[in-house]
Design a protein around this ligand. Structure first.
Ligand code: GAL
Length: 427
């Protein structure tokens, strides 16, 4: 990193964060569900359909095919970052009892939606079969658990509150590329200078990326405790701290590219890679895009926590499920075996920019960014991502997304935006 500090640190543990989903009772065993089943194929449903995300999936499939030569991998990926199209289509398949053999779901509140709807089988028996109870942090298992049953297997952990930056664009604006920004106000000064230089200060894309930016502003302004309290009812959405965060969000949005709504995350990150924009706030799947472009930090790109969020790890984890009614149980079990294996987690996460969910993977197998992220995950305060299903149920995320979209498209003012957010969080 161009003399940029690593993504550091405040002590805490994932266990201290919100949304621990359940208490323990006796786990389901393999006999409850029945072992075996059709191993001929497995349809794997994700939104990792192109670019660096597909490269990550491909790396995983390679290990899968080595470990399970008898099982055909069927790629059910649906394009659209953050599952913007995949999640809705998945619902329509689940409604008509046509589930894929396994689908991607975020640990936390989003997973609990599927569990409450009775759409997932308990996969505790696979934790026993594959020896996973000690492989993952207990606090992560807690987020995948309801009433003693575990409903998915995690493949990785991503961090959402990261700024990616182009040092040349920053220097061309007369700024020090190694400068750090203690808070949003300090960053606004830099964004203003980039704007005067003619480059795009802050690259952004379609609505879900704006929601992700919004969550990091809430985090910066309310702090990790206040941010977490937003989802637990301890902070008033109508209150002045939220108003201040909305004002900061409005300021940040004023520095973004106006063609944003037609872009997906990869386009916005590409603007930084190509030297068209100085900064992009994006989860660390962006690291994979920089790697794929052959860029190396700190000469070609920089990364640091969103100003005001240093010491906080805005967490999300992808995990894979066994849907009720899946047709190829043996194929699903094989997939869940590969994604949880040491080889699967190393291959996938090296290509995906994320860090392994397993805690027995040597950091030295990973790029400097990921080593820094692993260190942060071990030491930072952990909070749950809103845009990526960890913090709030899907209905709330959707209502907040509508409110953000209405505001950023100019269809509401700050006051209405806040009223919409109050309504979105009313239940
Ligand atoms: C997240 C997902 C990541 C990445 C990102 C962008 O929701 O957890 O793995 O795919 O969306 O599409």
């Amino acid at each position: 990193m161009r003399a940029r500090r690593p993504l550091t640190v405040l002590a805490a543990s994932l266990a201290a964060s919100s949304l621990l989903l359940g208490a323990c009772s006796s786990p389901t065993t393999i006999d409850d569900v029945g072992a075996g089943g059709d191993t001929t194929e497995v349809e794997v449903y994700t939104w990792w359909a192109s670019g660096s995300e597909k490269a990550g999936l491909d790396a995983l499939v390679k290990v899968f095919e080595e470990q399970n030569p008898e099982t055909k991998f069927v790629n059910g990926a649906i394009a659209g970052g953050a599952g913007s199209a995949a999640k809705e289509l998945l619902q329509s398949r689940l409604q008509v009892n046509d589930p894929p053999d396994t689908f991607q779901a975020h640990a936390g509140a989003e997973l609990s939606d599927y569990i409450t709807a009775g759409q997932l089988e308990d996969v505790s028996y696979l934790y026993d079969r594959f020896g996973l109870r000690d492989a993952f942090p207990q606090s992560l298992i807690d987020r995948l658990t309801v009433e003693g049953r575990i409903y998915s297997v995690p493949s990785n952990i991503h961090r959402a509150n990261v700024v990616w930056a182009n040092p040349d664009v920053i220097e061309d604006a007369g700024l020090d590329a190694d400068a750090t920004y203690d808070d949003l106000d300090a960053w606004f000064d830099a964004l203003e200078k980039v704007k005067k230089s003619g480059a795009t200060p802050l690259a952004i894309a379609t609505t879900w990326t704006q929601v992700q930016l919004f969550e990091t502003v809430l985090l910066a302004d309310l702090g990790p405790d206040g941010y977490t309290a937003l989802w637990e009812g301890g902070v008033d959405w109508a209150g002045p701290e939220v108003t201040e965060a909305l004002e900061d969000f409005e300021t940040l949005m004023s520095y973004t590219n106006t063609d944003r709504d037609g872009l997906d995350w990869g386009d916005a990150t590409q603007m930084v890679i190509d030297g068209k924009a100085a900064f992009n706030v994006m989860g660390d799947w962006a690291e994979a895009a920089f790697q794929e472009a052959g860029a190396s930090a700190p000469d070609d790109y920089l990364y640091f926590p969103v100003p005001g969020t240093d010491g906080v790890f805005d967490f999300l984890a992808d995990s894979f499920t066994l849907p009720v009614g899946a047709r190829h149980l043996g194929g699903t079990e094989a997939w869940l075996g590969t994604i949880s294996s040491l080889d699967g987690q190393i291959a996938f996460n090296r290509a995906k920019g994320s860090i392994p969910a397993r805690h027995d993977v040597p950091p030295t197998d990973f790029a400097p960014y990921q080593q820094a992220a692993m260190e942060s995950f071990g030491q930072d305060v952990i909070v749950s991502s809103l845009a990526h299903g960890a913090a709030a149920p899907t209905a709330t995320v959707n209502a907040i997304t509508d409110a953000v979209s209405k505001f950023t498209s100019g269809a509401s003012d700050l006051e209405t935006f806040q009223a919409d957010l109050v309504a979105a969080n009313a239940d």
